[in-house]
Design a protein around this ligand. Structure first.
Ligand code: ADP
Length: 317
C-alpha cells in the first residue's frame, strides 16, 4: 500500500465573479505519496495556484476534503491550523512579493522562527546561520537586503524560510519561473538535495513541463480546473494520451535540429476562464480531434493503464 501523506478528495474552489461562477478547481481527487514529488502542470489560469492555496488553507475551499496524514485539514479550527502550518509550507514564485523588503536576510529567516516560537536569542542566531548554509547563502549576506541580491539568492531566502519550521510537505508555486535558466537548475538541484536529505514531499506547480521533468515522480496535467491526465513521470513523457498533454509536450523546445523542423501541434486559440462551464469537455473548443461527443458531456477520468489516468473519450481508441 502506498504511504500517502496527502489525499485530496472531490476538491472544489469556485469564485463568484460579476460574470458568473468561476470553477477554478473543479472536483479534483488525487494522492501524493510521502517523500515524492507531484508535478502540477498547465497553462496560466488552469487553477494550479488556487489548488495549492486551498490545500494550505490560504484561501477557503468550496467543497471537498484534504487529508494530511489522514486528517482533514479543511475541518481544522484556527488553532489546529496554526500547528499544521509548520508541517505544510509554500515557496512562492517571487519571494520578493511575499517578504518585507526592509528586513535583512537574517531577519527574514528569523521571522518564521519567532512567529512560530521555535527558538530565540543565541539559539535562533545559530539556527539562522545553519539555514543560510543549508540553502547555500554565504554567511556574509546576513545583513544584506533582498534588493541587493539576485533572484536566485532571493529564492534561497524563500526556501530557508519554508525550511525553518521543519515542514513535511511543501507546495512549490512556480519557484523557478522568474529565474534565468542556469539559476533555475541550481535551485532545482538544491530542492532535490533537500528532499533526499530530509524526506520532504513536494507539490511542484509550473506552467513549464520541462521544469518538472527531472524533479517529479508523478505528473498531473490540469486544464481549466480539471485534471486531464495523471501518470508516473516517465510514462507521461513516453506515452501522453490527452491531446492537451501532447500539445504541452510539443511546445517544449528541443535542442535537436531534426525535431526543430518537425511540424508542431502547437495549441490553438486562447485559454478561457471556466465561468459557468458547459457540460462538455473543457478542452473541446481547442482540441483538433474534438467530435460531437466531446461537446455533449464531460469525459470522466479513467485509469487506462495502471496508474495512468486520462479524461478524454478517445484516450483508449
Ligand atoms: P494558475 O495558477 O494555473 O495560473 P490560478 O489558480 O491563478 O491559475 O487561477 C485559476 C482561475 O481562477 C483563473 O481564471 C483566475 O482568474 C481565477 N481566480 C484566481 N483567484 C481568483 C479570485 N480571488 N477571484 C476570482 N477569480 C480568481
Amino acid at each position: 500500500m502506498a504511504d500517502n501523506i496527502l489525499e485530496v478528495r472531490g476538491l472544489k474552489k469556485y469564485f463568484n465573479t460579476p460574470h458568473g461562477l468561476l470553477h477554478a478547481v473543479d472536483d479534483l481527487s488525487f494522492n501524493i505519496e510521502k517523500g515524492k514529488t507531484l508535478g502540477v502542470v498547465g497553462e496560466s489560469g488552469c487553477g494550479k495556484s488556487t489548488l495549492g492555496r486551498v490545500i494550505l488553507r490560504l484561501i477557503d475551499s468550496t467543497e471537498g476534503e484534504v487529508l494530511f496524514e489522514g486528517e482533514d485539514v479543511l475541518k481544522y479550527s484556527k488553532a489546529e491550523m496554526r500547528a499544521m502550518r509548520k508541517s505544510m509550507q509554500i515557496i512562492f514564485q517571487d519571494p520578493y512579493e511575499s517578504i518585507n523588503p526592509r528586513m535583512s536576510v537574517g531577519e527574514l529567516i528569523a521571522e518564521p522562527l519567532i512567529v512560530n516560537k521555535i527558538c530565540k536569542g543565541a539559539e535562533m542566531d545559530k539556527k539562522v546561520r545553519e539555514l543560510m548554509d543549508t540553502v547555500g547563502l554565504a554567511e556574509r549576506m546576513i545583513n544584506s537586503y533582498p534588493h541587493e541580491l539576485d533572484g536566485g539568492r532571493r529564492q534561497r531566502i524563500g526556501i530557508a524560510r519554508a525550511l525553518s519550521v521543519s515542514p513535511k510537505f511543501i507546495v512549490c508555486d512556480e519557484p523557478v519561473s522568474a529565474l534565468d535558466v542556469s539559476i533555475q537548475a541550481q535551485i532545482l538541484n538544491l530542492m532535490q538535495d533537500l528532499q533526499k536529505e530530509r524526506g520532504f514531499t513536494y507539490m511542484f506547480i509550473t506552467h513549464n513541463l520541462s521544469v518538472v521533468k527531472h524533479i517529479s515522480d508523478d505528473i498531473m496535467v490540469m486544464y481549466l480546473g480539471k485534471m486531464v491526465e495523471k501518470a508516473p513521470k516517465s510514462e507521461l513523457f513516453k506515452n501522453p494520451m490527452h491531446p492537451y498533454t501532447r500539445a504541452l509536450l510539443e511546445a517544449i523546445p528541443s535542442p535537436k535540429l531534426s525535431s526543430r523542423n518537425r511540424k508542431r501541434e502547437i495549441l490553438q486559440g486562447e485559454i478561457k476562464s471556466p465561468i459557468n462551464p458547459k457540460e462538455e469537455c473543457r478542452f473541446a473548443g481547442r482540441c483538433k480531434y474534438a467530435t460531437e461527443q466531446c461537446h455533449q458531456g464531460v469525459p470522466e477520468l479513467r485509469e487506462i493503464t495502471p496508474g495512468h489516468f486520462v479524461s478524454c473519450f478517445y484516450a483508449d481508441k
